[in-house]
Design a binder for this molecule. Structure first.
Ligand code: TEU
Ligand code: CA
Length: 559
């Protein structure tokens, strides 16, 4: 298929718990989301990735599923869900659901059975091992707790959980479990959803035997994330899943894939690969280490651009990455990637332009189109997220004081992306009439949708015009399908690239400096440069020289 629907649409990620509350209980819900679909339609959104709405005890906010075929009661009912799907289709918006099958909740009926006895028919749906002299079976760390093993007294064995204690890992080696998962996926696809965003999928194949690995942190534990993803047997599972679910349904899928070797990309994206697309996390993981958040650094604008360009290069001719600056697990992109002097409307639009015009599928995370920022959490108690609490303890353990630990956690906390959506400057930003489940970012008075919709020059209107440009038939061939060709790569804090199509060339150029810049692009000599998008200020492209104000970004059509 040369022009499938997913290549030409803009995606929007919704964290339903924080989008719109309809009944005053402080929790966003499906009826609330339905009441905001017009907002998405005005923006020009063509598909939504909806974070988990399945029945869950919410230890990890829906990423711990108790019942895969039931809607979480706080969010509504299956009737509400069916209505949501219908209302989205009426607006020509596709629905992509979150698929969480590396693990389930410990309250899932499968696990309730599994833990009962060693010969229970569901025992092998999960991963059970004997301890070593009263201690964990090996030194694997979990992403959310120190050890990846928890002891269960009923059968005197340990179960594996790469995430939280209440998120036991499913045993993909068991063909019965795999069939159950495929049946469940097909059940949702038959309902008419467009596909799945596939959670933590590189973790489903565990390396056997379950041995110790060299420690990568001070407490002797080892993060096996990277080791898991490089397992050859993982490919068989991914291939089988595709063959039995997404392929026969011609469904869309986007994998949450970390640590993939660039040489392997063609097996993951492209025609008949395991997934339609995978997220590009290269810039997001830049600056991370195994030690934990206290040791992480945000990339500079030049490191950011290098990551983007590498990803463009390795995916060209292979398939489409999904491009993001943030999601529900990340700090807000504008607070993370922009130097402090650039954290203003102009800088936010600049960053938005730089990633949005790259080749790939643009995903916008809720509130990104308003320039929502990280939240100044007043204390660790104001943060709810399970991984933030773990990282806070790690900070204290290595000797940071409470104030320093809060500063680290406030920057990286996943709750930065989860504070309620800022609809207006009224109580709780218009998110709820009750008490919000997580604090509203105090910035809602200044940063909110109502004040930006229709205001010339607002971040929202800027995103809207970027989306309109991408959807414009005259430019689609170049913006969606054109090759990316970086220029001026060695110019510090300048990010510039051509998109070359059959009908025209487009130049995307941005200045991350806090002063004006003038650069030379010889190819532009004798050509006219027509401005398609500009984040503000005057710009000149004359005789091969381009002048940009501080933090200016421009998209030119070059003729
Ligand atoms: O995130 C996966 C996750 O936490 C990664 O950052 C992890 O480090 C990676 O898988 C390593 O290989 C997803 C969801 O987006 C997140 O919200 C959930 O909490 C998590 O899975 C568990 O379901
Ligand atoms: Ca509610």
């Amino acid at each position: 298929m040369k022009h499938p629907w997913w290549k030409e649409r803009v995606f929007y990620q919704i964290y339903p718990r924080s989008f719109q509350d309809s009944n005053g209980d402080g929790i966003g819900d499906i009826p609330g989301l339905i009441s905001r679909l017009d907002y998405l339609q005005w923006l020009g959104i063509g598909a939504v990735w909806l974070c988990p709405v399945y029945d869950s005890p919410n230890d990890d906010m829906g990423y711990d599923i108790r019942d895969y075929r039931k809607i979480m009661s706080e969010f509504g009912t299956m009737e509400d869900f069916d209505r949501l799907l219908e209302e989205m289709h009426r607006r020509d918006i596709k629905l992509v659901m979150d698929l969480v099958v590396n693990h389930s909740s410990d309250e899932n009926a499968w696990f309730v059975e599994s833990r009962k006895s060693k010969d229970n028919p569901y025992r092998d749906y999960y991963i059970w091992r004997d301890g070593r002299g009263g201690k964990e079976p090996n030194n694997w760390s979990s992403f959310f707790t120190p050890s990846a093993w928890s002891y269960d007294a009923a059968t005197e064995q340990w179960y594996l959980h790469l995430f939280g204690e209440k998120q036991p890992d499913l045993n993909w080696e068991n063909p019965k479990l795999r069939e159950e998962i495929y049946k469940m996926m097909n059940w949702w696809l038959d309902k008419g959803i467009a596909g799945f965003r596939v959670d933590a999928i590189m973790n489903i194949k565990k390396p056997l035997p379950f041995q110790d690995y060299p420690a990568d942190r001070e407490d002797g534990l080892c993060n096996v994330g990277g080791i898991l993803g490089s397992q050859e047997g993982l490919r068989d599972f991914l291939n089988e899943m595709h063959e039995k679910t997404t392929k026969p349904h011609h469904a869309f899928s986007v994998g949450e894939v970390f640590g993939l070797d660039d040489s392997d990309i063609s097996r993951f994206i492209g025609d008949d690969a395991y997934f339609t697309s995978i997220f590009d996390f290269r810039q997001n993981v830049a600056g991370q280490t195994m030690l934990g958040w206290y040791d992480w650094k945000a990339p500079t604008p030049d490191e950011y651009k290098e990551c983007c360009f590498t990803s463009q290069k390795v995916s060209e001719g292979v398939g489409f990455f999904s491009n993001i600056i943030e999601n529900h697990d990340e700090p807000r992109g504008v607070s993370h990637y922009l130097p402090e002097y650039a954290q203003n409307e102009k800088g936010k639009k600049l960053l938005g332009m730089m990633y949005f015009m790259l080749k790939g599928l643009p995903f916008i995370y809720q509130g990104q189109e308003l320039g929502m920022e990280n939240c100044a959490f007043p204390s660790i108690e104001a943060i709810d997220d399970v991984s933030s609490r773990d990282e806070y303890q790690r900070c204290l353990k290595v000797g940071l004081n409470e104030k320093e630990a809060l500063k680290v956690v406030s920057h990286y906390s996943r709750d930065n992306g989860r504070t309620p959506f800022q609809w207006n400057d009224e109580k709780n930003g218009g998110f709820t009439t009750g008490t919000p489940w997580l604090m509203v970012n105090p910035q809602y008075k200044e940063i909110n949708a109502a004040s930006q919709i229709g205001r010339e020059g607002s971040i929202y209107e800027f995103y809207k015009s970027m989306i309109a440009l991408r959807r414009d038939d005259r430019y689609e061939d170049t913006i969606v399908y054109g090759v990316t060709e970086p220029v001026l790569e060695d110019q510090k804090d300048i990010m510039a690239y051509f998109r070359r199509g059959e009908k025209q060339d487009i130049l995307v150029i941005g200045n991350f400096r806090d002063e004006a810049a003038e650069v030379e692009i010889p190819e532009l000599k004798g050509k006219t440069c027509q401005v398609l998008l500009n984040n503000g200020g005057t710009c000149m492209a004359v005789d091969g020289r381009v002048k940009l104000e501080a933090l200016q970004g421009v998209v030119f059509e070059v003729k």
